[in-house]
Every structure is written in C-alpha cells, then in structure tokens.
Design a binder for this molecule. Structure first.
Ligand code: HXC
Ligand code: NAP
Length: 260
C-alpha cells in the first residue's frame, strides 16, 4: 500500500464547484489539483493574481478541468463578496468553500505589535468568517442544499502553542466556528468539517516557521510519533473525501492528520 496513492474513484467530484482560498500555493494548490483531477471546477483565490493565473493554466492543462483565478484578500468583506459573485457568474453555483488561506510567523509574543497580532487574526479568523458568512447566507437565501464548508486549522488549535500565539488564537476560533455552525446551519443542508494537519512541508510555512538558521535543529519529522512529515496527497485525499458526497453524514468533525 502506497500512502501517496490517490484515494477516490474517477469523477468523484464531477459537477461540484469548489472555492479554495489560498489555492495558488502549498497545501491549497495540492488540494485544488486533486479536486480538479476528480472532475470539480475550482475557483482559486489569494492576494497574488499573477501567481494564481499561472497555477490556473498549469492545472487546467494537467487535469482537463476548469479553474477560475480571482484576486481576493479575505480580510476585506467587499472583495470576498465580489469573488463570490464572480464565481457564481462563471459556474452558476458554488457547492463547497475551503477556508485554507492563512498567515503566520514565529515570534515571542512580547515583541508583537498590536497590528502584527491583528494581521494574523484578520487573515485566519476574520477571513474565515467573511467567507463563511458570504457563502452561507447565499446558500440559505437560495435554499441550495448539499453544500459544505471545510476549514483548515492546526493541531495547536486545541492545545495552544508558544511563539505562534496569534495563529493559535485564531485557529481555535475557527475550530469553534466549525463546530458551532455544524449544529446551527445543518438545517439548511450545510455541513461543516475541519482538518488539523501536523507538519506538511510547504514553502509558506517552512520559510516563516523554520527559518534556514534553525531548520537543522528542529527536525519536525522527529516530533511526530510516526517519525515523518506528511505527503501532500495524504491531505488531498482526506480533503477530497470531506468535500465529496461520500462524507454526507459527517458534520462537525475535525480530523487530525499527522500530529506533533
Ligand atoms: C513579528 C511581524 C512579522 C514577524 C510581520 N510582522 N512579520 N511581526 N514577526 N515575523 C508585523 C509587521 O511588522 C506589521 O506590524 C504587521 O505584522 C503586518 O505586517 P505586513 O508585512 O504589513 O503584513 P502583510 O503584508 O499583510 O503580510 C501578512 C503576513 C505575511 C502574515 C505578515 O507573512 C504573509 O503574507 N503570510 C501569508 C502566508 C503564510 O503566512 N503562510 C504560512 C501559513 S503556516 P507593524 O506594527 O510593524 O505595522 C500556518 C500553520 C503551520 O498557518 C503549522 C505548522 C506545523
Ligand atoms: P501557504 O502556501 O503560505 O498558504 C497560505 C495561502 O494563503 C497562500 O496561498 C496565500 O496566498 C494565502 N493568503 C495569505 N493571506 C491571504 C489573504 N489576506 N487573503 C487571501 N489569501 C491569503 O502555506 P500552507 O502551508 O500551504 O498553508 C495552508 C493552510 O494549511 C493554512 O491554513 C495553514 O495554517 C495550514 N496548515 C499548514 C501546515 C503545514 O505544515 N504546512 C500545518 C498545519 C496547518 P497569497 O500570499 O498569494 O495571498
């Protein structure tokens, strides 16, 4: 058994439109790739349109599915609403929102300015709130059922973590939002789940959390009981399952993959 193999059957996401915030890099790009391989239309959003346009071309060629690249800073509700509108104009409807965009840095908390703390809360917690409210209210108003929101948190959303306090605070809030709305909005046909990844190497996370000079001293693989970091396909397999109809009876769950 190869844990990097692709898990779901062909066309498992055919007919679905999925919006992935932060879909142009790292784990967001890996999940987007697999969703498109499974037949979904995917809207990728972030602040950097040039990067997104390149990824769109690359993934449409690779998978044969459709991708729409849209600039959207999740901190800004007007930009989120415009992105949502454009996604609907292009694909007719959206079925799934994946709140993946995040910001983080490692720092002693006493060295953080109020603005530094706010910046992470604004991207992670308020960004997730902005997207969730925009998509959720639309699904309620239009009575669209069989929709779902998948949130990416971290393993320290429960435990907290020194030196990444704004991120831990914001991710704990996202976890509470996931579990709360799973109950409140289930009656509208919406499901809410979350994934808490352990360490999965990406440039975005590694450059900010493991600067070159300390990288050798902190081998994250050694801190995980299974003694390895994650492969992106393992996360993409879990995400694809959670946004697919195979998980139609899963709601309010948070699944840890890898652990430290
Ligand atoms: C202390 C910092 C800082 C740092 C920025 N600031 N970097 N403070 N240490 N390393 C302060 C700035 O001085 C400023 O405060 C405020 O934060 C905003 O900084 P800007 O550079 O203006 O912000 P912005 O351009 O909006 O960029 C946001 C960012 C940046 C979060 C700072 O890193 C970014 O764009 N990140 C996106 C991608 C990312 O972070 N990926 C990692 C996800 S990994 P003042 O007071 O000076 O104005 C993850 C979990 C991994 O989430 C878990 C692994 C196990
Ligand atoms: P990444 O590549 O840096 O991903 C972050 C993404 O968020 C980028 O595409 C970035 O794009 C986007 N983004 C940042 N600020 C934004 C904003 N204001 N508006 C819109 N988009 C914004 O890092 P990653 O490792 O793949 O992280 C993806 C997710 O996994 C995050 O939620 C992270 O917390 C989580 N996670 C990662 C790990 C890991 O080990 N890698 C572990 C646990 C959890 P732009 O810069 O173009 O805007």
């Amino acid at each position: 058994m190869n844990y990097t193999a692709k898990m779901l059957r062909d066309d498992a996401l055919k007919g679905k439109t999925i919006v992935v915030t932060g879909g142009g890099s790292g784990l967001g790009k890996s999940m987007t790739t697999y969703f498109m391989e499974l037949g979904a239309n995917v809207v990728i959003t972030s602040r950097n349109l040039e990067k997104l346009e390149q990824v769109k071309v690359e993934l449409e060629e690779k998978t044969g599915s459709k991708c729409l690249a849209l600039a959207c800073d999740v901190r800004n509700i007007e930009e989120v609403e415009a992105m949502h509108q454009k996604a609907i104009e292009t694909f007719g409807k959206v079925d799934v929102l994946l709140n993946n965009a995040a910001g983080n840095f490692i720092s002693p908390t006493e060295r953080l300015s109020a603005n530094a703390f706010d910046t992470i809360i604004d991207i992670v917690l308020k960004g997730t709130k902005n997207c969730t409210l925009t998509f959720g209210k639309h699904w309620i108003d239009t009575k669209q059922k069989n929709t779902s929101i998948l949130n990416i948190v971290t393993t320290y959303a429960w435990t907290g973590s020194a030196y990444v306090v704004p991120s831990a605070t914001a991710k704990a809030g996202v976890l509470a939002m996931t579990r709360s709305l799973a109950v409140e909005w289930a009656k509208y046909g919406m499901r809410f789940n979350a994934i808490a990844p352990g360490p999965f190497p990406t440039k975005g996370a590694w450059d900010r959390l493991l600067p070159e000079d300390i990288r050798d001293k902190f081998d994250l693989a050694k801190k995980v009981p299974l003694k390895r970091v994650g492969d992106h396909q393992e996360l993409a397999n879990l995400a694809a399952y959670l946004v697919s109809d195979f998980s139609a009876y899963m709601n309010g769950e948070v699944i840890t993959i890898g652990w430290r």
